[in-house]
Design a protein around this ligand. Structure first.
Ligand SMILES: Cc1cc2nc3c(=O)[nH]c(=O)nc-3n(C[C@H](O)[C@H](O)[C@H](O)COP(=O)(O)O)c2cc1C
Length: 225
């Protein structure tokens, strides 16, 4: 695959084959991902790669706590509801996914089922929890570096025939993740990435999300034309 094939072909995968992913392939993907740049080459990221029973315990704990209304406990700063163009884009992708899945707006049961799938990380066989060293907690540069490595990781996985979805839903109940993944206190939980072989028959996997145009996003300064 060329770089363009990977970047233009990759999309978030939310339906997986129940097929184990070899540890050697995941190691290779992480090695590629860690070619990502980081501030002063500090590489503050770490990865807790989960499968099997510990991952199932996290799915169960996540689901139970979210259904019980336990407030979210992400370990980094968050903001309130999105507004304006951000909210419109958030609604846009939700509409695309629900249309693909045949979930009607008023079908509360189907919508709840979708949310619960998210809390189970879409039943992916693998979840990679990305953490960073607590010694740099409080600065925005650690999360920035984690974003770079996470993007590289999903693209590296795609180039090896694996699908991923970066997701906050899996780490919203961070004490559950910390306990079952045995993440030590010197690590801050940033995000998780569900990973596995895509189920090509799962309708949401065909959704191609939209992007704003370069003209909307980029301001060119000092150019001739
Ligand atoms: C930081 C972050 C958190 C995300 N959290 C979720 C999530 O909790 N659930 C989900 O289904 N997708 C989640 N996504 C996936 C985004 O919805 C997706 O990347 C976006 O809609 C663009 O679609 P694409 O990845 O198919 O290009 C997340 C992505 C990022 C980068």
């Amino acid at each position: 695959m060329t770089f363009d094939d990977v970047v233009l072909g990759r999309r978030s995968i939310r339906g997986y084959k129940q097929q184990a992913v070899p540890k050697a392939v995941i190691k290779e993907i992480i090695e590629l991902a860690m070619r990502a740049p980081s501030s002063l080459n500090t590489q503050p990221w770490n990865f807790y790669v989960l499968a099997g029973e510990p991952l199932d315990r996290i799915r169960a704990g996540n689901t139970e706590r979210n259904l019980a209304g336990v407030p979210h406990s992400r370990e980094f700063r968050t903001h309130g509801e999105y507004g304006g163009a951000h909210r419109e884009r958030q609604i846009g992708i939700a509409k695309q996914l629900f249309a693909a899945m045949g979930i009607a707006r008023e079908d509360k049961e189907a919508r709840l089922d979708w949310v619960l799938r998210g809390f189970r990380q879409f039943d992916a066989p693998v979840s990679v929890v990305v953490t960073y060293d607590r010694s740099i907690h409080g600065s925005d540069i650690g999360p920035f570096d984690c974003g770079a490595v996470a993007n590289a990781l999903v693209n590296a996985a795609w180039s090896r025939g694996l699908g991923c979805v970066i997701n906050s839903q899996g780490i919203m109940q961070s004490p559950v993740v910390r306990e079952h993944a045995a993440i030590p206190d010197d690590q801050v939980i940033m995000i998780c990435i569900a990973m596995g072989y895509p189920d090509d028959d799962f309708p949401a996997n065909a959704v191609v999300s939209e992007r704003k145009s370069v003209d909307e996003a980029a301001v060119f300064v000092g150019f001739e034309d």
